[in-house]
Design a protein around this ligand. Structure first.
Ligand code: ASP
Length: 583
C-alpha cells in the first residue's frame, strides 16, 4: 500500500507515530510561517502541517499544491493545540517531512464541499467529482449498509438471492417497456423488465420457497420529478404464506434496518384498509406522524342555503389546532394554495373558534353560531382552533384536502424528519376503471389475488372486489408494495378476462405462467421495496438521485456520458432498424 493509514483513522493515542498518508487536497491555508492542508480520502480528513522553520523547501512545495491534487505524505502524528471537535481526527495533525505529488488536478468546476457552489447540472456532468463530497459519499455508504443488512437478514430467514434475466419479453400491462432490438432475429425485440414479477412466481413453482433479489428494474415513463428510468428494488417472494406472514416478515426486515442502520427502534406498524385511508386522509399513503384526520360535514353543512355546499358531493375538513389566530394574509395564502391547478379546489372555507368560544368564519352569512358549533363538535375542536373546509366532487375534494393536510402538517412542524411512522395499507381494490382505454386495469398487477370472499365479484361487479394487496408506507412515502398471488390457472384466466384480454392474447402474453400453474404451483405471495426511495428516506435526502451513484437527470439523460445518444449507420443496419428523420 502507498499509505500506512487512512485520512479518517489517526487519533491522539497515535501521537509520535511515523505515518504515510495518501489523498486529495481539500484546501490549504498559507499563514506565512506555516501552511495547513486538509487531506481528504473516503474515510475522512486529516490536517497536515508544513513548517517554514523546519523545512523551507518543503513548505514552498506545499504552497504550490492545487485543490484536488493527489499526494502522498510522510510525517509524524502530533497533538493539535487548536483542536477541532467536529471531526474524528480533530485532535491531531501531521508534521510533514516528505511530500510527493502523485497526480495533479485541473481546478475543479465547483468546490468539493458539502456547501458547494456548483449547480445541479454542472455537478451531474462532473458526477465523479460530486461523489467526492461527503454528503454523497455518506448516502452511498448508507445504501451499501442497507443492502448488506438486507441480505444478512433475509439469508438468516432462508431466503436465497436468485438473479433473473434482464432481456425479457415486452408485455402491454403496466408502464411502457424499454426495448432492445435483436440483431439475430430481424424485427424482434427484447424488453427490459419492469420487475421480475413473473420470474419470481415461476421460482415458487420451482419450489425455491423463499426468494429475494436486489434488482434493477426499468420503466419508460414520462419523466416526473424524482423518477428514474432505471431503479432498484428489493424484490421478494415466499411460498405457503398468507398476507399476515408477509407483513410480519417484512415489518421484521424494516425494523432490523431501522435498528442497525439508523439506530432507531420503531413502533409496530399500524394497519389500515385502503378505504379508511382514503376517507380519513384522502391518500393511500397517509403521513401518520400527525393526526388531523378528515371530518365529513355533509349532514351539518348542507341544506342551509349555501349553494357551494348544497351542490357538493362531499363537504369535508380538517382541524388545524391552535391556528385561530391566523391572519387574513395567512388565510389568503392557504386559499391560493388549494386553488393551485395541481391541487384544484375552487375555494377554502374557514371557521375560527376564538378563545372566548365565539366563531368567525368565511361563511358567517349562511351559518350562525349554533350551526358552526355543530361543526366544531364534529371535529372535537376547542377554542383557538381553525377549521379548514373544502367541498366538491368526493374523490377530487379528498385529494385536495390531503394536500392541504400535508401543507398544514409542514407549516406546524408536525412532519419531524427524525420521527418515523410506519403503516401497512391493506385491502386495496383489485381493479380500477381506466376512462381512456375503457377497460379495467389491475390496481397492483394482474397476478394479484382477490380476497377469497370477493372472488365471486370478478364476474359480476369487478370494481367492488378487494385484493390481497398491501403497501408499506413510512411518513407518507410508499416504500414497498406487494400481494398474495393467484396460483390457480382457472382464476388467473378469469382475471385476464376481467382485464379485457381474449383467451388468445392471455395465452400469447402469459401462456408460460398459465402453463406453469398446471404443474403444482404452491400458494405464494411477495413484495417489492423501492430501494432508492428507502435509502433516500434513511439518508434524509429529498431526491432518490442523491443515493444513486450515477443517476439520470429529470429529463432521463445522463449528461456525463451523454446518453441516450445516436448510434452509427452500421449499428442500425445490423439491428435492422431505420431511424425516421425529423422533418
Ligand atoms: N412486482 C411488484 C412491483 O414491482 C411488487 C410485487 O408484487 O411483489 O410493484
Amino acid at each position: 500500500m502507498l499509505r500506512t493509514h487512512t485520512c479518517g483513522e489517526l487519533r491522539l493515542e497515535d501521537a509520535g507515530k511515523e505515518i504515510t498518508l495518501t489523498g486529495w487536497i481539500q484546501r490549504s491555508r498559507d499563514l506565512g510561517g506555516m501552511t495547513f492542508v486538509d487531506l481528504r480520502d473516503r474515510y475522512g480528513i486529516t490536517q497536515l502541517v508544513f513548517d517554514m522553520d523546519r523545512d523551507k523547501a518543503l513548505c514552498e512545495q506545499a504552497r504550490k499544491l492545487g485543490r484536488e491534487f493527489v499526494v502522498q505524505v510522510k510525517g509524524t502524528v502530533a497533538e493539535r493545540s487548536n483542536k477541532n471537535k467536529n471531526i474524528p481526527t480533530g485532535e491531531i495533525e501531521i508534521l510533514i517531512s516528505e511530500l510527493k505529488v502523485l497526480n495533479k488536478s485541473k481546478v475543479p468546476p465547483f468546490t468539493i464541499e458539502d456547501d458547494t457552489d456548483g449547480g445541479e447540472e454542472l455537478r451531474m456532468k462532473y458526477r465523479y467529482l460530486d461523489l467526492r463530497r461527503a454528503v454523497n459519499r455518506n448516502g452511498l455508504i448508507l445504501r451499501h449498509q442497507m443492502a448488506i443488512e438486507t441480505r444478512k437478514y433475509l439469508n438468516d430467514l432462508q431466503f436465497i438471492e436468485v438473479e433473473t434475466p434482464y432481456l425479457i419479453k415486452s408485455t402491454p400491462e403496466g408502464a411502457r417497456d424499454f426495448v432492445v432490438p435483436s440483431r439475430m432475429s430481424s424485427g424482434t425485440f427484447y424488453a427490459l423488465p419492469q420487475s421480475p414479477q413473473t420470474f419470481k412466481q415461476l421460482l415458487m413453482v420451482s419450489g425455491y420457497d423463499r426468494y429475494f433479489q436486489l434488482v434493477k428494474c426499468f420503466r419508460d415513463e414520462d419523466f416526473r420529478a424524482d423518477r428514474q428510468p432505471e431503479f432498484t428494488q428489493i424484490d421478494c417472494e415466499m411460498s405457503f404464506v398468507e398476507q399476515d406472514d408477509i407483513l410480519e416478515t417484512f415489518e421484521g426486515l424494516t425494523k432490523h434496518l431501522f435498528k442497525v442502520v439508523k439506530g432507531i427502534e420503531i413502533e409496530p406498524f399500524k394497519r389500515m384498509p385502503y378505504e379508511e385511508a382514503m376517507k380519513k386522509y384522502g391518500s393511500d399513503k397517509p403521513d401518520l406522524r400527525f393526526g388531523m384526520e378528515f371530518v365529513e360535514l355533509n349532514d351539518v353543512a348542507q341544506n342551509q342555503g349555501f349553494k357551494v355546499f348544497d351542490d357538493a358531493e362531499l363537504v369535508v375538513g380538517i382541524n388545524a389546532e391552535g391556528c385561530a389566530d391566523y391572519s387574513r394574509k395567512q388565510l389568503d395564502a392557504l386559499t391560493s394554495f388549494v386553488k393551485k391547478p395541481q391541487i384544484g379546489a375552487k375555494g377554502l372555507v374557514y371557521v375560527k373558534i376564538n378563545e372566548d368560544g365565539s366563531f368567525k368564519s368565511s361563511v358567517d352569512k349562511f351559518f350562525d353560531a349554533d350551526a358552526l358549533k355543530q361543526w366544531a363538535d364534529k371535529f372535537g375542536a376547542k377554542p383557538g382552533d381553525l377549521l379548514l373546509v373544502l367541498a366538491g366532487e368526493a374523490a377530487k375534494t379528498r385529494k385536495a384536502l390531503n394536500e392541504l393536510r400535508l401543507e398544514m402538517g409542514s407549516r406546524l412542524g408536525l412532519r419531524d424528519p427524525n420521527k418515523f411512522a410506519g403503516l401497512w395499507v391493506v385491502d386495496f381494490p383489485l381493479l380500477e376503471w381506466d376512462e381512456e382505454s375503457e377497460r379495467y386495469h389491475a390496481m397492483h398487477h394482474p397476478f394479484t389475488s382477490p380476497k377469497a370472499e370477493d372472488a365471486h365479484l370478478l364476474e359480476t361487479a369487478p370494481e367492488k372486489a378487494r385484493a390481497n394487496a398491501y403497501d408499506m408506507v413510512i411518513n407518507g412515502v410508499e416504500i414497498g408494495g406487494g400481494s398474495i398471488r393467484i396460483f390457480d390457472e382457472e382464476l388467473q384466466s378469469k382475471m385476464f378476462t376481467a382485464l379485457g384480454f381474449t383467451k388468445e392474447e392471455a395465452q400469447k402474453q402469459f401462456g408460460f405462467l398459465l402453463d406453469a400453474f398446471q404443474y403444482g404451483a404452491p400458494p405464494h405471495g411477495g413484495i417489492a421495496f423501492g430501494f432508492d426511495r428507502w435509502a433516500a428516506l434513511f439518508a434524509g435526502r429529498d431526491s432518490i438521485r442523491d443515493v444513486i451513484a450515477f443517476p439520470k437527470n429529470n429529463a432521463g439523460r445522463d449528461v456525463m456520458i451523454d446518453s441516450p445518444s445516436t448510434i452509427s449507420e452500421a449499428q442500425l443496419n445490423e439491428l435492422h432498424l431505420q431511424v425516421k428523420k425529423k422533418d
